[in-house]
Every structure is written in C-alpha cells, then in structure tokens.
Design a binder for this molecule. Structure first.
Ligand code: NAD
Ligand code: TYD
Length: 338
C-alpha cells in the first residue's frame, strides 16, 4: 500500500505520519507539503532515512506538479491534510484559504479521477457545522447537521467537503470525510490556543484570552484523531462522513487556567483582549457513528494536556526554530539536494 499524506509537515499530518509508520509498518508514505510558515521539516526529523518514508515539497493547488507526482508514484490512497488552518489568519487573508483549501482539494480530486482506483480521504473539521449555543449542552453536531460555516477558514473547508462528496456522487470516486474537533499535542504551531498559551506562560508574558473566555471547544489528543483516520481508511463506508471528537468540552478560560496551574504560574497573567470577529461560541461532537466502527479514544484530557505541556517544555529547540525561521537553514542543510 502506498499512501500520499498531504500537509504532512504540519501539526496533525506529521503526527499521522509517525502514527502510520507504527500502525502499518509495511505501508509506504509519500509526504507532500508546501512548507508554508506552518510546516517545517524539523518536525519530520524522526523519519529521516526511513526507507518507507519520503518527503516531497510542493503545492496541492499546482495541477501540473500534482499530475506528474501521481503519474510517477501510483498512489493507492490519498489523505488530504494540506490546508491553511488558522481562523484568525483567514479573517485577515482569506485568499490563501480559498486557493489551498478549495482549489487544492479540487486538484487532488481531479488527479484521483484521472488516474483512477485511488482511495481519497478528506481531513475536515467540525467547524463546517458552525457553532452551537452555550445554553444548550444537550445539542451536539451529528453528521446530518446542516453545513453552516462562520469564518473564511470553515467556509473553505465546507466548500472542499462539498466537492469531495460531489466526486463520489458524480464520478463514483471512493471517498470518505472525517470532521474532527480541536486537536492538541506535539508539533502544534504556537499560534493555536494551547501551544500559544504554554509559550506565553513559560515566558511570563500575558495570555491573550478573546472576549470573556467562555467559548467552548471539544479537545482531542492528536493521536486519537490519527487512529480515527486510520480506521476510516480501512473500514469506513465509501461516500460517508464521520464526526470525530472526544467529549472533552472545555471553556477557553478553563484551558488557560489548567496550563497556568500545571506550570506553577499565577492567573494574573491572564489578559482578556478584543474578541475574534464572528467567534464561534461552542463546538461539540456526537461521535457515535465512528464509535460504532470500533474507534475508542485513548487519551483522557488530563493525560493529553500533561503530555503536551511536557513536550513543549522539552522541545524548546523546535519552538525556537519555527518561530525564527531558523528551520529554513535546516531545510537547506538536510534536504536541499532532494
Ligand atoms: P497545520 O497548519 O499545522 O498544517 C497544515 C500543513 O499544510 C502545513 O504543513 C502547510 O505547510 C501545509 N500546506 C498548506 N497549504 C498547502 C498547499 N497548498 N500545498 C501543500 N501543503 C500545504 O494544520 P493542522 O492543524 O495540522 O491541520 C491539518 C488538517 O486537519 C487541516 O486540513 C485542518 O483543516 C484539519 N483539522 C485541524 C484541526 C485542528 O484542531 N488543528 C481539527 C480538525 C481538522
Ligand atoms: P484556535 O486554537 O485558534 O482554534 P479554533 O478557532 O479553530 O477553535 O482557538 C481556540 C479557541 O481559543 C477559540 O475559541 C479562540 C480562542 N483563542 C483565544 O482566546 N486567544 C488566542 O490567542 C487564540 C489563538 C485563540
């Protein structure tokens, strides 16, 4: 089995490459990434020299490049993680999101259609459903909820989902989609809530909490997302969508206070700042469909957050590199000749 993992130098894609090398040691992985600010090869250092793993730098929205790659590599399966992913950036620069998330997905689907016989899995997000009210804890997103995205990011992901499903209906492409809640864990770029707050707290800087900090997210440790995708690739019903979530609803303020406590820092570091425009109130997932497939998340929040804080403390070099652009030198030294 030869799989293409797009966006594999980013947070979840890289964790997925590590996960899959252990879960399916005979499979070959080709990891494709544009290495935007969010992706870097230091993250994949642990797979250097692995004969079942190779890295290609490239853009999923570049049709000529993608078609050549598919022609040369003859993939059995494509798992599409590649995307612009930060809601705040999508508010300021929506164009990149339309290009990579919508057009990029379209190009991959076209390549699968053209070369034929390729299984396609789209890594999507619960954010396509919009948000839920804070005062209705009984409401959860199910796969049949209407799509109602709020931000340019979630709208671009929703558009991609619609394209994926249309390629199933129209061309019979063997597709599946997973819509996961917020992930956390190693290698997450320190622009997202959890790694950003760990970084600020360790540096004794103010922790910027949007609005009143009462927005709710359903947090899942990244390895549990990886195991869900592995299962869907193997056992998922073609043409189906699977919600993935860990029933770990927490307010942002709870997350921030948990991090401060774990690091022995005072709550006086919390700084309430101007809210994000269009800020979704609450995400919550009904994951019963994938649980029926046999998926069981392994990491309770308390264990996952402890591992994540520890990882961020132990990997200062990685953090410094992604923050300063130093990783570009690494790229030149170790992969320049590829
Ligand atoms: P990330 O921003 O850490 O990584 C994205 C990767 O995609 C980066 O390495 C980047 O260089 C690459 N990329 C961007 N545009 C590209 C292009 N045009 N061609 C090739 N590569 C490109 O994001 P992440 O958090 O790892 O998210 C991965 C996927 O999972 C995304 O599709 C996202 O929508 C989805 N998702 C994320 C979460 C979450 O909590 N982070 C939750 C659910 C779903
Ligand atoms: P984020 O990690 O950007 O993920 P998403 O917006 O995709 O859920 O943000 C998680 C939550 O944390 C969200 O409600 C916004 C909030 N947040 C802050 O309060 N301060 C911050 O500096 C960031 C980055 C996020």
């Amino acid at each position: 089995m030869k799989i293409l993992v797009t966006g594999g130098a980013g947070f979840i894609g890289s964790n997925f490459c590590y996960f899959m090398r252990k879960a399916n040691p005979d499979w070959d992985i080709v990891c494709l990434d544009l290495l935007t600010y969010a992706g870097n090869l230091l993250t994949l250092k642990g797979l250097e020299g692995d004969p079942h793993f190779s890295f290609v730098k490239g853009d999923i929205a570049d049709k000529d490049f993608i078609f050549k790659l598919f022609e040369n590599e003859k993939f059995d399966c494509v798992i599409n993680f590649a995307a612009e992913t930060h809601v705040d950036r999508s508010v300021d620069f929506p164009e990149d999101f339309v290009r990579s998330n919508i057009f990029g997905t379209f190009v991959l689907l076209e390549a699968c259609r053209h070369f034929g016989g390729i299984r396609f899995h789209q890594v999507s997000t619960d954010e396509v459903y919009g948000d839920l009210p804070l005062d209705r804890p009984d409401l959860l997103f199910t796969e049949s909820n209407p799509i109602k995205p709020s931000s340019p990011y979630s709208a671009s992901k929703a558009s991609a989902d619609m394209l994926v499903l249309s390629y199933y209906r129209t061309y019979g492409l063997p597709v599946t989609i997973s819509r996961c809640s917020n992930n956390y864990g190693p290698y997450q770029f320190p622009e997202k809530l959890i790694p950003l707050m760990i970084k600020m707290a360790t540096e004794d800087k103010p922790l910027p909490v949007y609005g009143n900090g009462q927005n709710v997210r359903d947090w899942l440790y990244v390895d549990d997302h990886c195991s869900a995708i592995d299962l869907i690739i193997k056992k998922g019903k073609i043409g189906n969508v699977y919600n993935v979530g860990g029933n770990n609803e927490k307010t942002n303020l709870y997350i921030v206070k948990t991090i401060l406590k774990a690091l022995g820092k005072g709550e006086d570091l919390i700084s309430f700042v101007k809210d994000r425009p269009g800020h979704d109130l609450r995400y919550a997932i009904d994951a019963s469909k994938i649980r029926q497939l046999g998926w069981v998340p392994e990491f309770p929040f308390e264990k996952g957050i402890e591992k994540t804080i520890r990882w961020n403390i132990d990997n200062k070099e990685w953090l410094r590199a992604v923050e300063t652009g130093e990783y570009l030198n690494y790229l030149q030294d170790h992969y320049g000749k590829r």
